[in-house]
Ligand binder design. Sequence first.
Ligand code: NAD
Length: 354
Amino acid sequence: MANTAKGTVYYKEEAYQKINEYLRENNHSKVFILVDSNTHELCLPAFLPKIETETAIEIIEIEAGEPFKNLDTCMGVWQAMSDLEGDRKSLMINLGGGVVTDLGGFVASTFKRGINYINVPTTLLSMVDASVGGKTGVDLGNLKNQIGVISNAEMVIVDSDYLATLPSEEMRSGLAEILKHGLIADEAYWHKVGQLSELTLSDLDDIIRVSVDIKAEVVAEDPFENGLRKTLNYGHTLGHAVESYCLTHTEKKTLLHGEAVALGIILATYLSKELKDFPTEKLDDITKRIVELYGKVDFTREDIDAIIDLMKYDKKNEAGKINFVLLKDIGETEIDCQVPNDLIFDAFEFYKNA
Ligand code: NAD
């Protein structure tokens, strides 16, 4: 079991016992369940029968996918909660992937100055990463996660059975954050998860717990990201910029969050080799595995210019300086590293030739 500052992560059957206990012990005026169009159809029918409560339940649905993780969608949810007479004793349950847990956590944390919420992640990515640690928020235009608050869920319910309906590309997207956990924290874990070409549900229960523990430990030590928590952004400085760029350049393949992070990991590991003497043979191994899993995307010089420009919106930046997380070795992170632009071009060149 992993403890975060407030939310505890519970698994499988114990998780449903805990949520039912919580519902019994807290006199909620109403329970809102936030779903997207996919989790409404695929996950809600499995979730509802597990919940035992006399309190009225209202379902609120949003459209699925990153393009809807924005303030317009929040407005719709806040309005629905208000129309349905939500009050400060209402509870929000976010049943979905990282978009639902990020947006639902933000909506709950700001509705009537904040109501309690519970995360029930239904994608691999949200189980191992997005639902844990209290970061909530939405995108601003194409810029990722610019608006939000840090506010912990009351608890997080992880039940890998929801993954049975998750498309394989979404499984791969989640694997990228798992690979990141191995690279920043635990070389043996990296070797284990780096070998997995096909994720089977039976591998997953153990892997999810290890990843949640890695993330929860980091968050417990540095909940407001003053230092150590920045390491969880490994691969994300360029990954987010690439994801943002692809969101608005429709001629480019739209990249799922984890696909962009995987690409960002290759670039950050190249930069680590150049600036921190990260071992070359490990860079080659990481690159080979990630390219095998995720394939490659082509970028022109103009694309890379625009991607570098987008990095100025990265949330780790201070006083206009772009701060990278780099690795001296697997499991040995260094935060707040500055990287010259010409090296970033070299990193893309390395990726292109990989
Ligand atoms: P997502 O929520 O868009 O889910 C991906 C797709 O899977 C969606 O179409 C969704 O409807 C569908 N889906 C969800 N559960 C399903 C199921 N069980 N079966 C079938 N389909 C299902 O995206 P995601 O990959 O879960 O999360 C990505 C988001 O998480 C990004 O916005 C990213 O910024 C955020 N994130 C947040 C944190 C954090 O700490 N808060 C960490 C990492 C990522």
